[in-house]
Design a protein around this ligand. Structure first.
Ligand SMILES: [Zn+2]
Length: 551
């Protein structure tokens, strides 16, 4: 059998892995690439397989970078079941319909802009084509990596030499199937290049893809395809999130192999949800590495900084802007603010929840108390409202969103998206960036090259919606509210595989032959790799499109 890494390889987005056995083809996640243009262009690269020939898709959780390409996959002919927990499927429906809508809107806006600025449009189109050609080359380079047995190659040759995400545009010899039609002197109706501006999929495509959803329960094994059995275990990351364990038999009579996909691992002790599940056995393991080399501050410290920041804003009649992903971060943040109000640690400022998706996601959280941890369950039982801030104003439409700027200060805004790569939050940032009484508070991971990452690194000028702006607001960060385990917490989870866990298994521990380090930026992966090896585990950092044989 083999496994191909079709996303989240030396980057944090686009999660997608294809398992091929003698009898089945199974996808694990089908996420969208997000972030810089040379990343997002990868969404346009044709699938590395024929979608109609894939038997099933297993979805770890509902974040767009794990599920965002599902409508595209279905539109390209995938007709199998999509298995995930009920919580994940409800959230994924919300995420995908919104994504389809956004893509249509974006394409329309892009078309109008091109109409008004034909010269700049030509340049930007050319850049997109160049990025696309580079992405195809990168995929090809990954395909060409030797499909050697992944039985642990200490110090494999890729480590530390990651292919940069921006590569030189390929030479003029390019003869891509997609741009073979004549570029010049052809009839104008001939489309010479791949259509990179059309929506990748529409809201209708998204709606159609939801018909493939099949809810499953945690901890209940089921047969996905001949020779492949799956169990979803709580990953404690967002509502419904899962670690996926597969028992796989390549051909009939072949020995069984256990594959574990960590998905995104939550932070133990974080609000609302139960902690990640300890797993003790695997032959092959894929582990996320978002926070490789980094530690979060303890929860108490995160709460202290949050309280201090809210008080600072209150004292200066300022505005607190929190860019937060609608699903997960927003609910945790509101939970934390609600606790601080209960403790009398902060004044009760109005909170504008400027993210229709966030309030819909909260409704879905409310419908699934069976996923909550003991603390939240007991808060609810005592009549608490841990998912609602007492002075919360939900803004549904764009006009209300814009009107927030005229509201009497002080107040707080929570708006998506979390890395400032788009969404309503960018409009607020435009209003507040040169306002010294405003505070931008980051509570989640900022991907390399994003506006959020630049601000966090202390940039004094940044580009917001194309304009160069001076940064005069205050910038603060709290990593303790992260939805991701930090390095020590990932290593703790991995240690279960070496020690057999605290539950002393009946048979000897089955330590993974190879730990594939995925879902991390190169620096993070390089930082955590030696520490995983120090646990006695062999590691490999796969490249995008690399295929490995699992023996
Ligand atoms: Zn996630």
């Amino acid at each position: 059998m083999d496994l191909q890494f079709l996303g989240a390889a030396t980057t944090v987005t686009g999660s997608q892995y294809l398992l091929t056995t003698a009898r089945a083809r199974i996808l694990i996640d089908c996420g969208m690439f997000q972030g810089t243009p040379d990343e997002t262009i990868r969404n346009r690269v044709p699938f590395a397989y024929e979608p109609p020939r894939v038997d099933a898709l297993l979805l770890t959780h509902a974040h767009l970078d794990h599920c965002g390409l599902i409508p595209h996959l279905v539109a390209e002919g995938f007709a199998g079941p999509i298995y995930a927990t009920a919580g994940t499927l409800e959230l994924a429906a919300l995420v995908l319909l919104d994504s389809g809508r956004l893509q249509e809107e974006f394409a329309k806006r892009e078309m109008r802009w091109e109409h008004r600025h034909p010269d700049r449009a030509a340049a930007s189109n050319h850049q997109a084509q160049t990025d696309y050609a580079a992405a195809l080359d990168l995929a090809e380079a990954g395909e060409e990596l030797a499909g050697s047995p992944a039985t642990g190659r200490p110090g494999n040759h890729h480590t530390g030499e990651h292919v940069p995400t921006t590569v030189e545009p390929a030479g003029p010899q390019l003869a891509r199937p997609t741009d073979t039609a004549g570029r010049a002197g052809q009839a104008p109706e001939v489309e010479p290049e791949p259509e990179l501006e059309a929506p990748l999929y529409t809201e209708r495509d998204a709606r159609r893809s939801l018909r493939r959803f099949r809810p499953i329960r945690y901890d209940t094994e089921f047969e996905v395809a001949p020779g492949v059995h799956a169990t979803f275990l709580d990953a404690g990351h967002i509502l419904g999130s899962a670690i996926i364990r597969l028992r796989v038999q390549d051909g009939e009579g072949d020995p069984e192999r256990v594959l574990v996909f960590s998905g995104d691992l939550g932070r133990p002790g974080s609000p609302i949800l139960r902690d990640y599940t300890s797993v003790t056995e695997a032959d092959y393991l894929l582990v996320e590495s978002t926070y490789g080399g980094r530690e979060h501050e303890p929860e108490a410290e995160a709460m202290r900084i949050l309280a201090e920041t809210v008080r600072l804003v209150a004292e200066h009649d300022g505005v607190l802007l929190v860019p937060a992903f609608a699903i997960g971060r927003t609910q945790d943040l509101i939970w934390s603010l609600d606790r601080l109000i209960d403790q009398g640690a902060i004044p009760l400022l109005p909170l504008y929840l400027d993210s229709p998706m966030a309030s819909k996601a909260t409704d879905i959280y409310r419908r699934h108390p069976e996923y909550f941890d003991a603390e939240t369950t007991s808060l609810l039982r005592r009549g608490g409202t841990p998912l609602d801030y007492p002075k919360q104003i939900v803004t549904d439409d764009f006009q209300h969103s814009q009107a927030i700027a005229r509201a009497p200060r002080p107040y707080m805004i929570v708006s998506a998206n979390g890395m400032l790569t788009g969404g309503r939050v960018v409009g607020h940032l435009r209003d507040l960036i040169d306002d010294p009484s405003a505070v931008i508070l980051f509570v989640g991971y900022q991907g390399e090259g994003t506006l959020g990452a630049h601000l966090q690194a202390g940039a004094t000028t940044v580009k917001v919606e194309g304009a160069v702006r001076e940064v005069r607001c205050k910038i603060r960060s709290i990593s303790g509210f992260s939805a991701h385990a930090d390095e020590s917490e990932v290593l703790d989870w991995l240690r279960n595989f070496t020690a057999g866990g605290s539950g002393a298994p009946a048979r000897p521990s089955r330590a993974p032959r190879t730990v594939f380090i995925v879902h991390g930026d190169p620096e993070a992966q390089k930082a955590i790799e030696p520490k995983i090896r120090a646990l006695g585990l062999a590691t490999h950092i796969p490249e995008w499109h690399e295929r490995v044989t699992l023996e």
